[in-house]
Design a protein around this ligand. Structure first.
Ligand code: ADP
Ligand code: MG
Length: 704
């Protein structure tokens, strides 16, 4: 790695230096080829093979100059990570040498053996063929020895097997419906509407040598046990705290690596929990933001390894302190860059903004279940509703001003609130709306933050594709309904007001500006009839509700079979996760913890009898009490290990019905894992630290 020297180069020069971006294309492609490629990228026009050949050749020359020997179609299968298979550019010549070649056909289409990727039963294993198709809207890049070509992935018979295809479809669909609305407001020039996303990424950094000693971290990404350290996050001294040198060095190299890949890494800081940090990029088109977030997670892990660190992306690596999430900042803008969720200086008079806002309100209320489902995973179940994370109940924060505007419309009275409020603050600098709402609610799962929505329920490890597919499709559906209603309206202002009034009457229950972390809200939400779906197993079956199938099928995002496949895949992943956790904990108990406790209780017993042998008068109450307590825990842990193994052998764990298996895991395995943890943590506290087989929370969280 060329790290140290990189900083001496300037950042603008470094930025995108590993990306086959617009500059490179302009420089290296013949004019007409560049033009038709641009048309494909900007307007979705089909690409012909002659153009593809020219692009492929230019890409290959450029990549080879950057040191690449291989290319790979890079895709995002249903398991939420990325996949790659590398082919070299070599092509034999008649005289026994090789030349470097790359054709348009190879650029456009790949044929990875698809049989080992999750497909939720869509593609029988004997029918292994899958196709990858170049996505020219996301730039190719060089990483390591390879040219990476972002691609979509589908089966031989055309079923979608990845996350990129539906995301692109949902973006196009939203664009179509939003443009209809713009036309109603007299905008004839906008051709496309684009959804933008800036995903803030949280993560933990721990020492690799300590990590290596913990099977739970290695196999499951989280600690399955571990007594709390004397200090957690209660001093509130880590959030935005000064960054330690080793972490700073990691962050610096991370920024450089991301910049090279054209990723707009912008903000870095310490997060609330000890050893927890965050990176936020500048927002970009959803599709690219998704690719970039996948890359960011991967680069984080790789750079950490070079610093003797491990980057934990699990949603809840440590009990008792904050888990990690991902904040999906989402907005909608025109192709000329006008943000359609920007209320401007006078939101009350910004009818178009209010209409878009109403679409989001209605959509979030009607599809609470889908938003919850879009963030469902075994890992995120530990986080939602726990320390400093939004609850599993979907609601929306709009802030006082917007809520007041909407309430005025609902009551059909003129809105007068703004001026008054500004006078009250006594602020002389004119506070426009975005300033007003900056003092915002951090406890809402879905918060309006001035000119965008911040969806905060995402877990740190998941791909942002699914939440954005949901958001885009839901918004597209509501805009479609609004456009159907308003097209041809002769009294637009009045009709929009009436529509917004109706949306408020029917959907304002979803708006909640208070403390989303409080128990009072959980009860209030229930009274309002909002869905409370605490776990993956509770929410996921609703994915296949008729209204949701209707939504995705009518917008041509998924077929019903593709939805069933997705449901199967997520449930299967949940079951597999819990199985791995169960097996890991069982082996930790049997191979490390029980032997350690047994050795120590044996030693205590020998000490006690040795003392007694010297003289019965020598006090040994402390060791006797400790021996009794630890021996009881030892028996308990052994019994729990036996019981866990038995539970894991239950046929329901392997049931072909994923809901049966997942329900069993939730109801039978999780409580057992938690009970074991309690007993083990108690034993840890009673054992000499040198005799406990694993690095402690204190070491893991405070030693970097
Ligand atoms: P914070 O939420 O920490 O106060 P910011 O308001 O600066 O931070 O923004 C957080 C994230 O929101 C950043 O990643 C930023 O790029 C992103 N963001 C800002 N504007 C938009 C937008 N119009 N669309 C999508 N994301 C946006
Ligand atoms: Mg934020």
């Amino acid at each position: 790695m060329e790290t140290g020297t990189e900083t001496r180069r300037n950042v603008p020069q470094l930025f995108g230096s590993a990306v086959f971006n617009d500059d490179v294309m302009q420089e290296r492609l013949p004019k007409d080829v560049y033009k038709s490629l641009r048309k494909t990228i900007d307007e979705g026009k089909d690409l012909d093979l002659a153009v593809a050949n020219a692009v492929a050749n230019a890409m290959k020359d450029w990549a080879v100059e950057k040191g690449a020997t291989h290319y790979t179609h890079w895709f995002q299968p249903l398991n939420g990570i990325t996949a790659e298979k590398h082919d070299s550019f070599i092509s034999p010549t008649s005289d026994g040498r090789v030349i470097m070649q790359f054709s348009g056909k190879e650029l456009i289409k790949g044929e990875p053996d698809a049989s080992s990727f999750p497909s939720g039963g869509l593609r029988a294993t004997f029918e292994a063929r899958g196709y990858t198709a170049w996505d020219p809207t996301s730039y190719a890049f060089v990483k390591g020895d390879s040219l990476y070509i972002p691609t979509a992935f589908c089966s031989y018979s055309g079923e979608v097997l990845d996350k990129k295809t539906p995301l692109l479809r949902s973006m196009e669909d939203l664009s179509r419906q939003a443009v209809r609305i713009l036309r109603i407001f007299g905008d004839q020039k906008t051709k496309r509407v684009i959804t933008t996303v800036g995903p803030e990424q949280e993560y933990f950094l721990i020492d690799k040598a300590l990590y290596d000693q913990r099977p739970d971290l290695r196999f499951t990404g989280r600690t399955l046990l571990g007594a709390k350290a004397p200090k957690g996050q209660e001093m509130e001294d880590h959030y935005y705290g000064s960054i330690k040198p080793r972490v700073a060095a990691f962050m610096k190299e991370l920024d450089e690596e991301l910049w090279k890949l054209g990723i707009l890494a912008k903000t870095k800081h310490n997060e609330v929990a000890p050893a927890q940090h965050e990176l936020a990029p500048i927002f970009t088109t959803t599709n690219i933001a998704t690719d970039h977030n996948q890359l960011t997670m991967e680069v984080m892990k790789n750079v950490a390894a070079r610093h003797g660190l491990i980057c934990l992306l699990h949603e809840k690596p440590f009990e008792g302190v904050n888990g990690s999430g991902k904040h999906n900042n989402w907005s909608v803008s025109t192709d000329s860059g006008e943000n359609l969720l920007d209320p401007g200086k006078e939101p009350a008079k910004n009818t178009r903004f209010l209409l878009f806002l109403a679409a989001v309100i209605k959509g979030v209320d009607e599809y609470q279940d889908l938003l919850r489902i879009s963030v469902a995973s075994a890992g995120n179940d530990h986080r939602l509703g726990a320390n400093e994370a939004p609850p599993a109940i979907v609601s929306m924060f709009l802030g006082d001003e917007l809520t007041a505007i909407l309430e005025a419309i609902e009551a059909d009275v003129p809105y007068t609130g703004v001026e008054q409020k500004k006078l009250e603050t006594g602020v002389h600098v004119l506070p426009d709306l975005s300033m007003d709402t900056t003092d915002r609610n951090r406890t809402s799962p879905f918060a309006f933050t001035g000119n965008k929505f911040e969806f905060r329920m995402l877990g740190s490890a998941i791909s942002i594709a699914c939440p954005n597919i949901m958001l885009n499709t839901i918004a597209a559906e509501e805009l479609r309904q609004f456009a159907d209603e308003l097209e041809g309206s002769a009294h637009l202002e009045a009709d929009v007001r009436r529509l917004v009034r109706r949306v408020m009457q029917e959907h304002k229950r979803i708006i909640f500006n208070g403390d989303g972390y409080s128990q009072a809200w959980v009860e209030e939400a229930r009274r309002r009839g909002l869905l409370d779906l605490p776990t993956t197993v509770d929410c996921l079956p609703r994915y296949l509700d008729q209204k949701n199938i209707q939504l995705f099928v009518s917008h041509k995002i998924y077929t019903e079979a593709e939805m069933e496949a997705r449901y199967e895949t997520i449930m299967e992943e949940y079951v597999k996760t819990l199985n791995i956790e169960g097996l890991t904990l069982s082996s930790m108990l049997r191979q490390d913890i029980l032997p350690a406790v047994g050795a120590y209780t044996g030693e205590l017993a020998r000490n006690i009898s040795a003392k007694r042998a010297v003289s019965p008068q020598i006090p040994c109450a402390a060791q006797t009490a400790l021996l009794a307590r630890l021996s009881a825990l030892e028996d308990e842990l052994f019994a729990q290990a036996e019981d866990l193994d038995q539970a894991m052998a239950d046929p329901r764990v392997k049931s072909a019905n994923v809901l049966t298996a997942a329900t069993y895991c939730k109801e039978e395995l999780i409580p057992r894992l938690e009970a074991i943890r309690q007993a083990a943590d108690q034993a840890e506290l009673d054992m000499p630290s040198a005799r406990w087989p694993y690095p402690t929370y204190a070491q893991l969280m405070f030693q970097v």
